[in-house]
Design a protein around this ligand. Structure first.
Ligand code: X8Z
Ligand code: ZN
Length: 606
C-alpha cells in the first residue's frame, strides 16, 4: 500500500514535471517569438536610420566648405532621428522588460537586447535636449578640426605635408615650425572639448553610468578600474623594452641632429610623428626600404595592392561601389573644400555599401594604413551575413576591429612578403636586428602613448572631470611620464594639444582599443605564423595562403554575436596576453642594452 501510494505520487510528480517542462518550452517559444518580432522591427528601423545618418555624416567629412552649413544641418537632423529612435523610452522599456526573462531567451536575443540598451544610453529620450545639443556640438567640433587651415610661414599646408617634414626634414628650425603648426588647430577646439566632455558625461549619466569613460569601457564587459589595470599591466610588461628604445632614440637623434647635450626627454619636434606615437622612420634598413620602393607606385596602386593581398588569401574582391563611392586620395591643393584627413572605414548600410575615407599618397605609412582600413572593410563584409543580426554587425569587440587590418599591415611589411611582391630585390641580405628595431619603434613605442598618454588623459577628462585650466598641463605630464617626450617651449593653457588628436574629439574615450588591438594582433599573428604557416613570426609570407584567410574570416564572420574572450581562446588557445608581443621583440633587449652601454637612462627603472 505504501509502495503503491509512493508509486502514484512519483507518477504524478513525474507527469507534472514533464507537463511543466513542456509548458516551459512552450512559454519560452512564445516569449522568444514575441521578442523576435520586436527585434526584427528594431533591426529594420535601426538599419534604415543608420543609412540616412551615415550618408549625412559621410558628406560632412568629405566636403567641408567654410560658411556652408548645408551638410552639417542635414547631418544634425539625421543624427537626431537616429538618437530619437535608439534612445526612445519605449525601446529602453521593451529591452529592459524582455531582459528580465533572459533565461528564457536565446543568447543571440539577449545580446541584441543588451546592445539596444547600450546604444540607448548614449541618447536617452529623457534627456533629449541635451542629446540634441551634443549632436550639434559634435558636428561643429569635427568641422573645426578638419576644416582647419594649417599654415607654415603663412602658407597653407596639408597634414601630409607636415608629416612629410617631420619624417625627413633635417633642419631643426623647420622641424619646430612644422610641429608647432600642427598644434595650432587645438586652440580653437578647446572650448568645444570642454563642452563635449560635460554633454557626453551628462547623457550617459541618464541611464546610470558614472561617466562617459565608464560607458565606453563597458562595451568590453569591463569596469573602468579593470580596464585601467589591464592597460597598466600591458604597459608595465613592455616598459623595460620601451625604456631601452627611449634611451637609444635620445642618443641617436642627438647624433643625427648634431646636438651635443642629449636631452632627458625627447623634444617632440625631433620625432617623426605629430604625437610621438610612432618613431619607426628613425631607422632605415638597407635592402628593405619600402618608402623608396613605393616611389615608383601611385596612390591607387597602394589601395589596390591592399585588396590584392586580401583577395589572395580568399576574401572576395571589393564591391564595385567601394571604388566608386570611397574618397581615397587627398583633396587637390587648390580645392575649395577640405576633407577629414584621418583615415577611416565606413559601413554605410550594414551590408555591402562599404567605403573608406583616406588621403593616400605613395609612402609606407599609407601602405600600412590602407591595409588597416581594408581590414575594417573586410570585417564589415564578413559579418554582413544572415547569421548576424544588424545590431550585432560589429567587431567581437572594438579592439578586434582595429587589430586584424593592422595585423595585415604588419604582415605586408615583412621581408618574405615584400620579396614575393618584388617590392624589394629577392635574396638580398639585410640586418634582421635593425628590422626588428624599426618595428619596435612602431609597435612598442605605441603602447605608452595609447595605454598611457591618451587613455589616462581621457580617463581624467571624463572620470575625474579634469579642470579646463589643466588640460595642457596634464597632457604634457602624461607625455613625459609615459612617452618620455616634451615640447621645446612651454605650452600654456591657450593651447589644447590633446585636441589635435582626432580621436579626442570624434572617437572619445576609446583609444585603448588601439592598445589592445596591438596586443591582440601579435597574439593572432603568432598563432598564424607558428600553427598555420609554420614560419618564423618575424619573417612570414601570408600572401596567397587560403588557410590564413580562412582563419581570419572565421574570426570576422560572427561579428559581435561572438563572446570576445571565448573567441580568442578558441582561436589562439590563450586569453588576451602580451606574451606573443614580448616574445617577438625579446631578441632586441640584448642588442639595445649593448647599444646603450654607458648611456644615461632618464626613464626610471621599474
Ligand atoms: O586611427 C587609427 C586608424 C583609424 S581607422 C587609422 N589608428 C590609430 C591612430 O592613427 O592614432 C590606427 C592605429 C592608431
Ligand atoms: Zn581603424
Amino acid at each position: 500500500m505504501k509502495a503503491q501510494t509512493l508509486f502514484i505520487i512519483s507518477l504524478v510528480v513525474l507527469f507534472s514535471c514533464n507537463a511543466g517542462s513542456e509548458k516551459n518550452t512552450e512559454t519560452n517559444k512564445a516569449i522568444q517569438d514575441s521578442v523576435q518580432s520586436y527585434l526584427d522591427a528594431y533591426n529594420k528601423t535601426y538599419k534604415e536610420l543608420n543609412i540616412i545618418s551615415n550618408e549625412a555624416s559621410w558628406m560632412t567629412q568629405i566636403r567641408i566648405v567654410e560658411g556652408d552649413s548645408t551638410n552639417s544641418v542635414a547631418n544634425n537632423k539625421a543624427q537626431e532621428a537616429y538618437a530619437k529612435f535608439t534612445g526612445s523610452t519605449e525601446n529602453i522599456e521593451m529591452a529592459k522588460k524582455y531582459l528580465i526573462q533572459q533565461e528564457q531567451l536565446t543568447p543571440l536575443q539577449v545580446k541584441q537586447l543588451k546592445a539596444i540598451l547600450y546604444k540607448a544610453a548614449n541618447n536617452p529620450e529623457t534627456l533629449q535636449d541635451l542629446v540634441k545639443t551634443r549632436i550639434k556640438a559634435e558636428t561643429e567640433q569635427t568641422e573645426k578640426l578638419f576644416g582647419f587651415d594649417f599654415k607654415i610661414d603663412g602658407k597653407s599646408v596639408s597634414t601630409n605635408d607636415i608629416d612629410g617634414m617631420l619624417s625627413h626634414e633635417k633642419n631643426m628650425g623647420k622641424r619646430l615650425k612644422a610641429w608647432e603648426a600642427s598644434k595650432e588647430v587645438g586652440k580653437g577646439l578647446k572650448s568645444g572639448l570642454v563642452n563635449l566632455r560635460d554633454l557626453r558625461n551628462k547623457t550617459v549619466q541618464g541611464l546610470g553610468y558614472n561617466d562617459y569613460f565608464e560607458y565606453q569601457v563597458s562595451d568590453y564587459g569591463m569596469s573602468s578600474k579593470e580596464m585601467i589595470e589591464m592597460l597598466q599591466k600591458f604597459n608595465k610588461e613592455l616598459y623595460p623594452l620601451f625604456r631601452e628604445l627611449h634611451t637609444y632614440a635620445r642618443y641617436e637623434l642627438a647624433k643625427k641632429y648634431a646636438v651635443k647635450d642629449v636631452p632627458d626627454l625627447i623634444p617632440t619636434h625631433w620625432l617623426p610623428n605629430r604625437w610621438g606615437q610612432d618613431w619607426s622612420s628613425l631607422v632605415d634598413v638597407e635592402g628593405i626600404n619600402l618608402d623608396s620602393a613605393l616611389k615608383t607606385k601611385d596612390a591607387e596602386w597602394i589601395v589596390k595592392q591592399g585588396e590584392r593581398f586580401y583577395v589572395s588569401i580568399g576574401f572576395p574582391e571589393l564591391p564595385k561601389s567601394f571604388w566608386e563611392k570611397s574618397d581615397l586620395y587627398p583633396a587637390p591643393a587648390d580645392a575649395k573644400y577640405k576633407k577629414n584627413n584621418h583615415a577611416s572605414a565606413w559601413h554605410m548600410d550594414y551590408d555591402q555599401d562599404v567605403r573608406s575615407l583616406m588621403s593616400v599618397i605613395p609612402n609606407s605609412e599609407w601602405y600600412e594604413t590602407s591595409h588597416h582600413e581594408l581590414g575594417h572593410i573586410y570585417y564589415y563584409l564578413s559579418y554582413s551575413n544572415p547569421e548576424v543580426p544588424i545590431l550585432l554587425r560589429e567587431g567581437a569587440n572594438r579592439a578586434y576591429h582595429e587589430a586584424l587590418g593592422s595585423m595585415m599591415g604588419m604582415a605586408a611589411m615583412q621581408k618574405p612578403f615584400m620579396e614575393n611582391l618584388n617590392l624589394i630585390p629577392k635574396g638580398s641580405k639585410t640586418d634582421e636586428m635593425k628590422t626588428l628595431l624599426k618595428e619596435a619603434l612602431n609597435y612598442v613605442v605605441f603602447i605608452p602613448f595609447s595605454t598611457g598618454t591618451m587613455s589616462m588623459f581621457e580617463h581624467d577628462l571624463y572620470a575625474e572631470n579634469l579642470p579646463a585650466d589643466q588640460f595642457n598641463k596634464r597632457w604634457w605630464e602624461l607625455a613625459a611620464k609615459y612617452q618620455g617626450i616634451a615640447p621645446e617651449k612651454a605650452r600654456g593653457e591657450e593651447y589644447c594639444d590633446a585636441a589635435t588628436k582626432t580621436h579626442i574629439n570624434d572617437d572619445a574615450a576609446q583609444y585603448y582599443d588601439y592598445a589592445l588591438s596591438y596586443i591582440l594582433l601579435f597574439q593572432v599573428h603568432d598563432h598564424i605564423a607558428k600553427n598555420i604557416l609554420h614560419q618564423d613570426p618575424h619573417a612570414t609570407n601570408y600572401y596567397g595562403n587560403k588557410e590564413v584567410g580562412k582563419f581570419i574570416a572565421e574570426i570576422m564572420k560572427p561579428g559581435a554575436s561572438a563572446d570576445w574572450r571565448k573567441l580568442l581562446k578558441e582561436k589562439t588557445g590563450s586569453d588576451l596576453s602580451a606574451k606573443a608581443m614580448l616574445d617577438y621583440f625579446a631578441p632586441l633587449m640584448d642588442y639595445l642594452k649593448k647599444e646603450n652601454a654607458g648611456r644615461k637612462y632618464t626613464l626610471p627603472e621599474l
